[in-house]
Design a protein around this ligand. Structure first.
Ligand code: FAD
Ligand code: FES
Length: 500
């Protein structure tokens, strides 16, 4: 059975078979419950099971069908301009911890693939951050210096492995790329072999942190000594994550070439108009066009711009796949891994992977396994969610202020239309709905759906995503299908239906 995703039919989901794990049929009682079956959740679960814990993964859909199924899947310690960014915001020590953890994360991926014999097309590749024009040259040089200070064996080179001129690049040898869905499915199978359990189509709805913790789910109660929240955006509104993380959406296309072969290196441009390039077999994959999630900027033209870029530089026969997703970026550009809230010793979180979760979520699993087993971990303090320092407070306040301003503006702004009369197939309209707003969508068969646009998470007003035909939240990235069902959290409840 082909896999489906909340965000169109991507290459990875189209080229993997589906898992078919059951939902829980009775109360589950384990040492550790991991909520979320993406790369963060299954990695933590496997490492915990290897430590001897009784572990269960609870996945709302199918393993690997979240953002992990919609990535570009470069497993690299060189990540665009991450070292110059961290070093400027948090200092060289934090950048060095990030580099060391990222190298260890990539290495752990390679070890897991070898140990568990996972067939996921793991390949060694050089990673590049390149200057697309002269104005990006300084960023590339800064990145080379910051990454070298952080301990990476990077070098400046004249050109990455691309069929068009660039203005120089930073290179890190010997990084990895793989098929992300086959990888996480392989980890889920390894977890079962190690005695763990995987449950699918079970959504966690709430949690009480007692001894044991009790998780309310759509399939009954789960009891666990520890709970890892690996739901991408944390779904519990404890710990103030909603003021700390901003989801950023990006797009990918995959193309078959009429002649020549795709570039073998993994490249990404250094500027804000990102272009990310890798190959998968005969496919060329291009990513980019990032913007804040739910901002109303999700339009089909973003795919067209990526396709134009592919056609301009390669001999493209056919664009076969389009997909998109978002990933949270934290207020200080470091992932958030550790206790869910101050003083908590049973509730854990891994989030804020900034579109580099293949390595970052892997080292998150390593940190959480150490913390839960009571072992020291050298990176735990750097990535602790409780690290907020005085210098960061104004960044947190800025995110909070943007959130409050956005909510108020959306509430008072006039609707985009006054009625659904004459709505055409493929069209969406925002209408007044008492004191709030409702979204009306007409599908290609002419069926009209009307739903409240009050996000069921914390009531921000949703906006239409024209690229994926969904209602998306600008505040924390929840997404809903046109019939109101939840596509992505942190929301866990569907949108109420309305009369059109
Ligand atoms: C376009 C794009 C390109 C990217 N490219 C790269 C790249 O090249 N290299 C790289 O390292 N990173 C990349 N990333 C980032 C990377 O894909 C993510 O950081 C990573 O996949 C996040 O993994 P996750 O496990 O946190 O989330 P997910 O994979 O989304 O897993 C979370 C899971 O939790 C489940 N869930 C949610 N709520 C609940 C609930 N209440 N109960 C039960 N289950 C729930 C979801 O169904 C989902 O399966 C990219 C991201 C994007 C958007
Ligand atoms: S996702 Fe938080 S208000 Fe919508």
């Amino acid at each position: 059975m082909p896999l489906t995703t909340s965000a169109g039919e991507g290459l990875w989901l189209d080229t993997a078979s589906s898992t078919d794990y059951p939902s829980p049929r009775q109360t589950v009682d384990v040492d550790v419950a991991v909520i979320g079956g993406g790369i963060a959740g299954v990695t933590a679960a496997l490492l915990l099971a290897r430590d001897g814990a009784r572990v269960a993964v609870l996945e709302a859909a199918r393993v690997g069908t979240g953002v992990t199924g919609c990535t570009t899947a470069k497993v690299s310690a060189l990540q665009a301009t991450v070292y110059s960014t961290i070093s400027a915001r948090k200092g060289d020590e934090a950048a060095a911890a990030y580099a060391e953890a990222s190298l260890a994360g990539a290495q752990r991926v390679a070890e897991i693939v070898a140990e568990e014999k996972i067939n996921c097309q793991l390949e060694r590749r050089d990673a590049y951050t390149y200057a697309a024009d002269e104005s990006e040259r300084a960023s590339v040089e800064r990145e080379q210096e910051a990454a070298a200070r952080a301990g990476l064996g990077v070098e400046l080179v004249d050109s990455p492995d691309l069929p068009f001129p660039t203005h120089g690049a930073v290179r890190l040898h010997d990084q990895l790329q793989f098929h992300p869905v086959r990888y996480v499915q392989g980890i889920a199978a390894a977890l079962r072999r190690a005695g763990g359990e995987v449950f699918e189509q079970v959504r966690a709805l709430g949690l009480s942190e007692e001894s044991p913790c009790r998780i309310a789910t759509t399939a009954g109660e789960v009891r666990a000594g520890h709970v890892v929240v690996a739901t991408h955006y944390p779904f519990l509104d404890r710990g103030l994550y909603f003021a700390l993380l901003k989801p950023q959406r990006s797009y990918c296309v995959a193309a078959r070439l009429a002649a020549g072969s795709p570039s073998q290196g993994m490249s990404i441009s250094a500027g804000s108009n990102t272009r990310s390039v890798r190959s998968f077999g005969g496919w060329l994959i291009i990513g980019g066009e990032g913007h804040p999630a739910g901002s109303g900027k999700a339009v089909p033209e973003r795919y067209e711009r990526l396709e134009d870029f592919a056609r301009e530089h390669w001999n493209v026969a056919e664009v076969t796949h389009r997909w998109s997703a978002h990933d949270p970026v934290s207020y200080d550009h470091l992932p958030m891994i550790g206790s869910y809230r101050p003083g908590s010793s049973r509730l854990w979180v891994a989030t804020g992977f900034m579109k580099w979760g293949m390595t970052t979520a892997t080292f998150a699993g390593m940190i959480l396994a150490d913390r839960i087993a009571g072992r020291e971990n050298p990176w735990a303090a750097t990535f602790s969610p409780q690290r907020a320092s005085l210098t960061s407070l104004h960044e947190v306040a800025q995110l909070g202020a943007k959130f409050a301003a956005g909510v108020t503006l959306d509430r008072v702004s006039p609707p985009e239309a006054w009625s659904a009369k004459g709505i055409q197939p493929g069209e969406a309209r925002v209408l007044r709905d008492g004191a709030g707003k409702k979204g009306v969508y007409c599908d290609e068969e002419g069926t009209v759906f009307a739903v409240s646009l009050d996000c069921t998470h914390l009531s921000c007003v949703l906006r239409f995503n024209a690229a994926e035909r969904s209602w998306d939240c600008p505040c924390h990235g929840s997404r809903f299908a046109v019939d109101g069902s939840v596509l992505e959290g942190p929301a866990v409840r569907p949108l109420p239906r309305r009369k059109s």
